[in-house]
Ligand binder design. Structure first.
Ligand code: DOR
Ligand code: ZN
Length: 375
């Protein structure tokens, strides 16, 4: 197949970046790089520095002008992100979008937006940033979750009062019903990507409103798992992401959405590695390493759904087109051959507490995967 594009990647920094970047570059021709590093990417200078680190961590030939992997940078939307910092990145064609995180609802979201109303309230910095994005035809990427009900809200028989904390499984539905329409209304010309869509109501909304200015990325985990897989015989930290895996009814709707083959639906793996100490602990971080099988797992999901013939548009064409990019003219080869994810990965860590090595548990450790990438 043509070398696909991963429109949602957490490459991290330091030792984790060096572990993950080669896995991604082997499978994908480009990747939208998430900005929720520590500290978050909020200035043009930080974009340049991070891009340089990524290039050094892949073995791609950047000097030739025709590397086989290209990182597409994003900036982190905070209450104080300066429009001129974004403009510098857009002018240099290094930055392709800005990522919205609701404060406190996912990994490294402490600098995220506390009040989503600032996105549609004139006079705020986030409002000005969204205008800048629209002027450049660049993309607002949404972590589509709310923490609290804005008004009285009834989600299929579950009632919330204004200000009441939302159940984790209702965070995306609330955002889709209450927050997304307000952003769209205030910025009708702005390209918006709903990241890692996880619910039936989200799928429905995309079906109705998806098009040139609205699309969504989908992960393999949300197509392969339902919440029984997360809680069978006990909570499985290595199957835990934000947004949280939903019930089978939601998964079926997401599978239907990809089988329908819409041009506004594309691949975003949301590979998000953590050292095992952040997973097997009192407060488990969301996110799991998927990059070791970043395309293989999508082949499996599409084969299960019975729509492998729809994979190429989903994985190679639709995402790049939304970002005004061309599909790659390179190819990768996969064979239908079972292999097992036998070993955990280790990243060198110089901090004293870890004893020199950080263990990273990949998705499906100890299990098998039906498709194999061959060089
Ligand atoms: O599960 C997740 N992990 N969801 C996110 O939104 C962030 C990511 C991470 O950075 O670990
Ligand atoms: Zn993510």
């Amino acid at each position: 197949m043509p070398k696909p594009a991963d429109m949602h990647q957490h490459l991290r920094r330091g030792a984790l970046l060096h572990l993950v970047a080669p896995m991604v570059a082997r499978r994908f021709s480009k990747a939208i790089v998430m900005p929720n590093t520590v500290p978050p990417i909020t200035t043009y200078e930080m974009v340049r520095q991070y891009l340089l680190e990524i290039k050094l961590a892949t073995n791609s030939e950047y000097r030739s002008g025709k590397p086989d992997f290209w990182p597409l940078m994003t900036m982190y939307l905070t209450d104080t992100l300066e429009p001129h910092e974004l403009r510098a990145g857009l002018d240099q064609k290094l930055v392709f979008g800005v990522k919205y995180y609701p404060r406190g609802l996912t990994t490294n979201s402490d600098s995220g937006i506390a009040d989503p109303a600032s996105l549609w309230s004139k006079g705020t910095k986030p409002y000005a940033v969204l205008r800048e994005l629209a002027d450049y035809n660049a993309v607002l990427l949404l972590h589509a979750a709310d923490g609290f009900a804005t008004d009285l809200w009834n989600n299929e028989g579950r009632f919330y009062g204004p200000g009441e904390e939302l159940d984790p499984w209702d965070q995306e539905p609330h955002f889709i019903c209450n927050t997304l329409p307000r952003i769209r209304e205030a910025h009708p010309d702005l390209k918006i990507s709903v990241e890692h869509l996880s619910t039936a109501i989200g799928a429905d909304w995309l079906r109705t409103h998806g098009g040139d200015t609205l699309g969504c990325s989908l992960t393999a985990q949300h197509l392969l798992l339902d919440r029984r897989d997360v809680f069978r015989q006990g909570f499985r930290p290595h199957r835990f992401w934000w947004p949280i895996i939903q019930s089978s009814e939601h998964k079926e709707e997401l599978c239907k959405l990809v089988a329908e083959g819409h041009p506004f639906v594309w691949l975003g793996s949301d590979s998000a590695p953590h050292p095992v100490g952040k997973k097997e602990t009192d407060c488990c971080s969301g996110g799991v390493l998927m990059a070791h099988a970043g395309i293989e797992l999508f082949l499996e999901a599409f084969e299960d759904i019975g729509c492998l013939h729809k994979l190429e548009d989903f994985a190679c064409v639709n995402g790049p087109r939304f970002y005004d990019l061309k599909p790659s003219d390179l190819y990768i080869t996969l064979v239908r051959e079972e292999w097992s994810v036998a070993e955990a990965f280790y990243a060198e860590d110089m901090s004293e507490e870890s004893g020199g090595l950080d263990k990273v548990v990949p998705f499906r450790l100890g299990e098998s995967i039906r498709w194999k990438l061959v060089d």
